[in-house]
Ligand binder design. Structure first.
Ligand SMILES: *Cc1c(COP(=O)(O)O)cnc(C)c1O
Length: 387
């Protein structure tokens, strides 16, 4: 067999929405024109609708981490005490980022594969009434675990702290009721459920967070959210926007609005459930079995076989790109993504490939068992949908 199609199956970047790619080619537009202002305003409005929030929504030309940095520099003053709930590589990014800007950080950590329990946060908040902010990942993409941001938000809401949620893989893979749950800043990125190349970040910002920004004194310039809000009100961005990505985003938002955000979320969650069923059928262990994320499933490599070898063979044998573990997890887990433009056929192929790779390494699995589990899951869902 000589032809191998590339299939991008990582938790970011994710497969691109074809109509968005086509739209991106029309990017010969100037951003200080009425045409662009109309587009920008309508995209911000659609983004807000898709996120289901009444809060302000802003866009930045950066990867997701840029919006994380903006949340830190705009909401805090030097020496402010904050709590970071950390359960993986991205939680550690919050720790590094808040420390880099001179905040005093109390780290609530959970072992990789598990999550910080809301009860632990309740205790920390009670013991530290001066805390000005709480940071967490809705979905911790490095381990495939999801935090209970609803329970956490309801607690933080009763304090003076602002609740800052990295939902970069949470948006589009789990329900997030931003306004009711007290999620003050929610961060997203274009290369995850938004089916676009990397380069755009989004934030929703609550009235409580805006109020905090009035007194926050950390230095900021490019990522000045108050300035960005004023620009956005005029249909503009403060600096040259990522025009091509915004054209693509307009198409993606049209698609997601037609499909329904709840359906996009359900799609991810069903693919995640089917993936877990396939792993069970193949005797593979999940890395985060108790609080699994709908965005990505992390699977432990079977004994004696490195996940790096599995990831490499996906690419070499089948052209499929999946993710290895990050940092200390490299070689130990591989990660299969579900968020954004993924469908059940992607999963059929991926599980079939996985079986062939495992068998080639002498792992005792039976050809077709995992694929059958996905097929059975699919058939069961179809049946449920018709009764
Ligand atoms: C992808 C991702 C990020 C952002 O990373 P960038 O490379 O800056 O886009 C942050 N948090 C989580 C949970 C992610 O999955």
């Amino acid at each position: 067999m000589h032809i191998k199609k590339q299939r991008l199956l990582t938790p970011g970047p994710t497969p691109l929405y074809p109509k968005a790619l086509q739209a991106m080619m029309g990017s010969e537009i100037h951003h200080r024109t009425q045409d662009f202002r109309d587009l920008y305003s309508s995209v911000l409005g659609d983004l807000k609708a898709v996120l289901g929030t009444g809060h302000d929504v802003l866009m930045l030309a950066s990867s997701g981490t840029g919006a994380m940095e903006a949340a830190v520099t705009n909401c805090f003053s030097p020496g402010d005490r904050v709590i970071v709930c950390s359960a993986g590589k991205f939680g550690e990014r919050w720790v590094e980022l808040t420390r880099a800007f001179g905040l005093e950080v109390l780290v609530l950590s959970a072992p990789y594969g598990s999550v910080v329990e809301p009860a632990a946060l309740a205790q920390a908040l009670a013991a530290n009434p001066d805390v000005m902010g709480v940071f967490v990942q809705a979905s911790e993409s490095s381990t495939g675990a999801a935090h209970d941001v609803r329970a956490m938000g309801e607690m933080v809401q009763r304090t003076a702290a602002v609740f800052i949620v990295d939902a970069i893989t949470g948006i589009g893979s789990m329900p997030l009721d931003i306004d009711r749950w007290g999620l003050d800043i929610v961060i997203g990125g274009s290369q995850k459920a938004f089916m676009l190349p990397p380069g755009l970040a989004f934030l929703s910002i609550s009235p409580k967070a805006w109020e905090r920004m009035e007194s926050a004194r950390l230095p900021r310039y490019y990522f000045d959210l108050q300035r960005e809000k004023k620009s956005a009100a005029k249909g503009e961005s403060s600096w040259t926007p990522a025009i091509a990505l915004i054209l693509g985003l307009a198409e993606v938002l049209r698609y997601v609005k037609t499909l329904g955000m709840d359906q996009l979320i359900d799609n991810a969650q069903q693919l995640a459930a089917a993936t877990r069923a396939a792993c069970g059928a193949l005797g593979l262990e999940l890395f985060a079995p108790f609080n699994p994320s709908g965005a990505v499933t992390a699977v432990k490599a079977p004994p004696g076989l490195s996940s790096s070898v599995i990831v490499r063979e996906f690419h070499e044998k089948f052209g499929s790109i999946i993710a290895d573990g990050q940092g200390e997890m490299a070689g130990r887990i591989f990660r299969i993504a579900h968020l954004g433009y993924y469908d059940i056929a992607d999963l059929f192929a991926l599980v079939a490939e996985l079986e062939l790779i495992l068998i080639a390494h002498g792992v005792p699995v039976e050809l077709g068992r995992g694929v059958a589990a996905v097929q059975e899951y699919y058939a069961r869902q179809k049946q449920l949908a018709t009764v």
